[in-house]
Design a protein around this ligand. Structure first.
Ligand code: AMP
Ligand code: MG
Length: 342
């Protein structure tokens, strides 16, 4: 299959978006920019098209997709919306927040992988909302990477993974947030964050009064235990090398020593620390979750295929947007965290 590539910032934006919308309506696959990461979209009401998303990504069939909408009416067609849903939507939509509610029968089991709930998001990226509106259907979309690889935050990343496998890529520049949306379920008694992202647990608490954090966010679950978000059980987002998170006051010295022993090891460090290590990829400003979220996937992609044995990671802050960065790195490291106190 030939993959068409359209740059959206130049002339003919409306035409390009309309072409992409036609591809979606015709059952094809279009990668498109959002404020979180690039998505791989199909008509959410077209069973065959949705199945082809799983094929193109190599995505396991028990990992459900998010339905992307451009208005609340479409959300109401997909799920039974409750009071916490409306509060969250009023506070943070359009934006990097996915809300899980009980699903209506119209939503195909292929999208939800047989669950009785559906994940819905209204993106704030202008290109994304124009595409969804032009398509006139909800767009089912996971991140536009091959399954298990770091999520794409530029159209070039999408091309690396998906050239020849999908119909079209829309290039809308680099993504703002840089990590996937926050996933929160409002199906149960207490609203629970299943995956942290650009909207922080603190912000959800502000809107709803209470919030819980699913333990799969910061821990590896014991063998056989199922996380509430099926996607959280997979080793994820990772480059093709061993990844180790190093935390504690002695982290810098520890990483320096490991790199001195192993010429193929590399540090994933904070901006300005490159000179400390024999080999280093910086991923953002120390202590700044927003900056680290913006840089983490591009840095992991840089590490991928670079002949690195072990990537030693400086630990992001575990609060605010930093918890989302920690979660992605923790999964890339398959739970491998070393604490080095002086
Ligand atoms: P992705 O589209 O790759 O960013 O992943 C979407 C995330 O949302 C995955 O972790 C899914 O397992 C999760 N998810 C989607 N739908 C549901 C649902 N109905 N219930 C729980 N988690 C869901
Ligand atoms: Mg993904």
């Amino acid at each position: 299959m030939k993959t068409e590539f359209f740059e959206l910032s130049g002339d003919g934006r409306a035409e390009k978006i309309n072409k992409a919308a036609q591809v979606i309506r015709g059952g094809g696959l279009v990668a498109f920019p959002t404020e979180t990461v690039y998505g791989l979209g199909a008509n959410g009401f077209d069973e065959k098209a949705v199945l082809s998303i799983f094929e193109a990504k190599g995505r396991p069939h028990d990992n459900p997709l998010i339905m992307h909408v451009a208005d609340l009416d479409t959300a109401a067609r997909l799920g039974y919306l409750n009071e916490p849903f409306y509060k969250l939507a009023a506070a943070y939509w359009p934006g990097p927040l996915t809300i899980i509610v009980k699903k209506r029968p119209v939503v195909n089991d292929i999208v939800t992988c047989g669950l009785d709930s559906v994940a819905i998001r209204m993106p704030s990226n202008e290109y994304a909302s124009e595409l969804i509106a032009a398509a006139g259907v909800p767009i089912a979309a996971p991140s536009a990477n091959r399954s298990g690889k770091p999520s794409p935050v530029t159209a070039r990343h999408v091309l690396e993974d998906m050239d020849g496998r999908i119909d079209m890529i829309l290039d809308g520049g680099a993504c703002d947030v840089g990590v996937e949306s926050t996933v929160v379920t409002v199906c149960g008694e207490t609203p629970t964050v299943l995956r942290p992202g650009g909207i922080t647990p603190e912000q959800i608490k502000e809107a709803l009064g209470s919030v819980a954090l699913d333990k799969a966010v910061t821990q590896m679950l014991p063998e056989g235990e199922k996380p509430l978000a099926p996607g959280m059980k997979y080793k994820h987002y990772s480059p093709d090398c061993r990844v180790v998170i190093v935390e504690g006051a002695g982290a810098k010295e520890y990483i320096k020593a490991r790199l001195a022993e192993d010429g193929r090891a590399c540090a994933l460090c904070f901006n300005g620390e490159e000179g400390l290590f024999a080999r280093a990829i910086p991923y953002g400003e120390e202590g700044d979750g927003v900056s680290l979220a913006h840089g983490v996937f591009a840095a992991m992609r840089e590490a991928d295929g670079a002949g690195i044995s072990t990537l030693f990671v400086r630990c992001p802050p575990k609060e605010g947007v930093g918890i989302a960065v920690y979660n992605r790195l923790f999964r890339a490291a398959a739970g491998n965290v070393v604490t080095v106190d002086r």
